[in-house]
Design a binder for this molecule. Structure first.
Ligand code: ADP
Ligand code: MG
Length: 241
């Protein structure tokens, strides 16, 4: 389970996360929506210590993220992240990209890493691309490789930061389908997204963030059809027209 209490984050003078509280259960699928600049990415990045908060407590299963003694490699193996811009290593093949972290961090052999990587590539529908370099792939394919790479660490929690925002529209579906296939299979998924259809279909709960706060949270049907907070209503009226 993930538990966030009294989380405060500043960038210099700018107060970016304002006393955020949040609990997320094992196996839950949570989508985070909200306007640009509201703190969605920063919140996600705090969960696997890519950003340090100034105050508050973050527990991700057995990891106390805000404890300086926490092993960040282990935390990030447990809570993996998929970014908007894939971040694959351009000089490495697809297979090498996927094998790297399990070999370096989990110390598994090349043979085992490759075997796992091939299974994952099959799962994201890219078996025939194992020897390609990232720039030889479409954006949608690169993002599916990035998801396979995250899965290679066998994370219990997967954090997605606008995984389809950098894609051409015709590639959004293939990436969302892969994410959907991961839902409710023993892993917790937290997805920052502007894809409301996806959120409606897959999320157990949607969090609406605005100005550094989780303003409202509810199951998707409720949040989209009957938002309670004025700020949620305004945001949804802009994007759902
Ligand atoms: P969102 O993902 O909802 O668009 P972010 O979490 O990226 O929002 O940003 C929240 C606020 O924090 C914004 O005002 C942004 O400009 C600021 N911010 C984000 N990252 C940094 C940084 N590394 N340094 C300074 N300010 C930042
Ligand atoms: Mg963002």
């Amino acid at each position: 389970m993930i538990q966030v209490t009294h989380l405060q984050k500043y960038f210099g003078e700018r107060h970016v996360l304002k006393n955020v509280h949040c609990e997320i259960k094992d196996n839950e699928v949570v989508c985070i929506i909200g306007p640009s600049g509201s703190g969605k990415s920063t919140f996600l990045r705090c969960l696997n210590a890519l950003e340090n908060a100034q105050a508050g407590k973050i527990l991700v299963d057995e990891f106390d993220v805000t404890d300086p003694a926490t092993d960040l490699n282990k935390l990030r193996a447990h809570a993996g992240m998929v970014f908007q811009r894939f971040n694959l290593f351009p000089h490495m093949t697809v297979l090498e990209n996927i094998c790297l972290a399990p070999m370096q961090v989990k110390k598994i052999s090349l043979t085992e890493a490759q075997k796992n990587a091939r299974e994952l590539l099959k799962r994201v529908g890219l078996s025939e691309k194992e020897n390609s370099y990232p720039q030889e792939l479409s954006g949608g394919q690169q993002q599916r490789v990035a998801i396979a790479r995250a899965l290679a660490m066998e994370p219990q929690v997967l954090l997605f930061d606008e995984p389809t925002s950098a894609l051409d529209p015709e590639m959004v579906g293939e990436v969302l389908d892969v994410i959907k296939s991961l839902a409710h299979s023993g892993r917790t998924l937290i997805v920052v997204t502007h894809e409301m259809g996806f959120a409606k279909q897959v999320a157990d709960r949607v969090l609406f963030m605005d100005d550094g706060q989780i303003v409202e949270e509810a199951p998707p049907q409720k949040l989209f059809e009957n938002p309670q907070n004025e700020r949620t209503k305004v945001f949804l009226s802009k994007i759902l027209k």
